[in-house]
Ligand binder design. Structure first.
Ligand SMILES: Cc1cc2nc3c(=O)[nH]c(=O)nc-3n(C[C@H](O)[C@H](O)[C@H](O)COP(=O)(O)OP(=O)(O)OC[C@H]3O[C@@H](n4cnc5c(N)ncnc54)[C@H](O)[C@@H]3O)c2cc1C
Length: 448
């Protein structure tokens, strides 16, 4: 008997992983429908003068198990290099690298709070399961394990930069899981000579081609047609339609809600933030060298700046400094998100001048607007279930389901694998992929 016809909505990493897992289990009739010209979504790439850049900063986290597994599966893991980066706190025009002892001592926080901050970080590094913090706030976590002084000096500015909210409104489980990933202290990965997400997306696209998955780029899903509790057809913007036995939806929930005619109040709690990201290439040297700068004074247009060549010295042409300046925006309806490129670039150039004291002189710039980045992980956030609450043949994946873990390339991939495993389990089929990912280990611990 032929295997069921599956249509995967969206060809970001979650959709690619779901399609791969199904095809690998022997399902022969899998189609991926993707609005963009290539697969990749938020992990996409743009090209300037023959060089490749991410839409916004992207680094490889050494605890991102599923990402490492897929990099290995496409043969790219041996090319990954690791580097210890510097993460800087900008506060009232002073720059502090908290991993540096002198800066740590200079940072405006009492000695007692500094020791409590270190204790908080060490406890978070060690704890991997954060489910017991699901109903508590980031303020509860920081106050209990660090203290209110640590929260006011460090974490309230950070949650405002990320979600426009104080620690009281943000999930404790999310903050704990984020600190566990050690983004600021463990070496981060990249692939020399390119943008690593391009290697990842092209590699997984090749896996799909090898498995004979039908990939439809430059095609948007316009609506889903249902009979009783089942979706029977997917209508495309090309005028065509795809009959389907099973749907795996990896589009953001706000897109999914617009595709189905039935109101979905069960998904209303998932509210997406947006990102505005600008890339600046310059021949000017920028000092001090840093990879990641949090603009914690909260008086800039931008939330953060990333010097991409401080992680990957081979990004762009030799001698270029490649700076990514970005803002987390509460939603895509925010006025800032809709400003012209010139207005956005003007705001970021003023931020740069404020922080570094000289004019940035870029020889090219590019603005990318990412309308649906990730949900606000507020206190009490709940992942929508993998099996859709209304349609019995719809399964869900994407970074709105990976709470409390961070929204990363690896967690997107693993949510796709999880949705495929649920599909297979409901059809008396199995996959060994989740177990293989879980058991996957790097041959040696990365050193920067
Ligand atoms: C600013 C920023 C920085 C990041 N930094 C890192 C990092 O350093 N390291 C890391 O590992 N991860 C990072 N990430 C996270 C990572 O890129 C994402 O979590 C991941 O790519 C999400 O994949 P997804 O498949 O869940 O969602 P998406 O990539 O959003 O995929 C959804 C897909 O659905 C498509 N789609 C939408 N509507 C339709 C429609 N109607 N019809 C057809 N297709 C449709 C979209 O085009 C898209 O391709 C970052 C993300 C951003 C935005």
């Amino acid at each position: 008997m032929p295997t069921p016809r599956v249509t995967v909505l969206g060809g970001g990493l979650a959709g690619m992983a779901a399609a791969y897992a199904l095809a690998r289990a022997g399902w022969a009739r899998v189609t991926v429908v993707e609005r963009g010209a290539t697969l990749g979504g938020l992990a996409g790439t743009f090209e300037t003068d023959g060089h490749f850049y991410p839409l916004a900063y992207h680094h490889i986290l050494q605890r991102d198990q599923c990402l490492l597994f897929f990099l290995d599966a496409i043969g790219a893991l041996p090319d990954v290099r690791w580097r210890k980066i510097s993460m800087i706190f900008e506060l009232h025009r002073h720059l502090y690298d908290l991993a540096h002892p002198i800066d740590f001592l200079r940072f405006p926080m009492s000695l007692g709070d500094k020791l409590r901050f270190v204790r908080l970080m060490l406890r978070c590094y060690r704890k991997s399961d954060w489910s017991d913090w699901n109903d508590r706030s980031a303020a509860d976590l920081v106050d209990e394990w660090g203290g209110p002084g640590v929260r006011q000096a460090i974490f309230d500015p950070l949650t405002r930069l990320k979600f426009n909210r104080p620690c009281h409104d943000v999930s404790g489980a999310w903050l704990g899981a984020r600190l566990h990933f050690r983004e600021g202290t463990a070496p981060l990965g990249y692939i020399p000579g390119t943008n690593w997400t391009k290697v990842l997306c092209e590699g997984v696209t090749r896996l799909l081609a090898d498995a004979a998955v039908d990939v439809r780029p430059s095609t948007s899903v316009r609506s889903l047609v249902a009979e009783d509790d089942r979706v029977t057809h997917v209508e495309l913007d090309t005028g065509g339609r795809l009959e389907a036995d099973i749907i795996v939806s990896t589009v953001p929930t706000e897109v999914y809600q617009a595709l189905v005619a039935t109101p979905r109040p069960d998904l209303d709690h998932v509210r997406y933030t947006a990102v505005v990201s600008a890339m600046f290439a310059t021949k000017q040297p920028v000092t001090p060298t840093f990879y990641w700068m949090n603009l914690a004074s909260l008086d800039c247009t931008a939330s953060g700046m990333f010097m991409l060549n401080a992680l990957n010295p081979t990004i762009g042409a030799p001698g270029d400094t490649c700076l990514n300046v970005m803002t987390h925006v509460p939603s895509r309806h925010d006025a800032f998100f809709r400003q012209s490129d010139d207005a956005i670039l003007g705001g970021y150039l003023a931020d740069f001048h404020r922080v570094f004291g000289f004019e940035l002189d870029p020889f090219w710039t590019q603005v990318n607007r990412l309308a649906l980045y990730a949900p606000v992980f507020h206190r009490g956030y709940e992942n929508p279930p993998v099996r859709d609450a209304v349609f019995s043949n719809v399964y869900c994946a994407g970074n709105y389901r990976t709470f409390p873990s961070i929204a990363s390339t690896g967690t997107a991939l693993s949510s796709g694998v999880e949705a495929a495993a649920a599909v297979l389990a409901d059809h008396d089929a199995t996959t060994d992929l989740p177990g293989r990912i879980e058991r996957f280990r790097l041959a040696s611990r990365p050193r920067g």
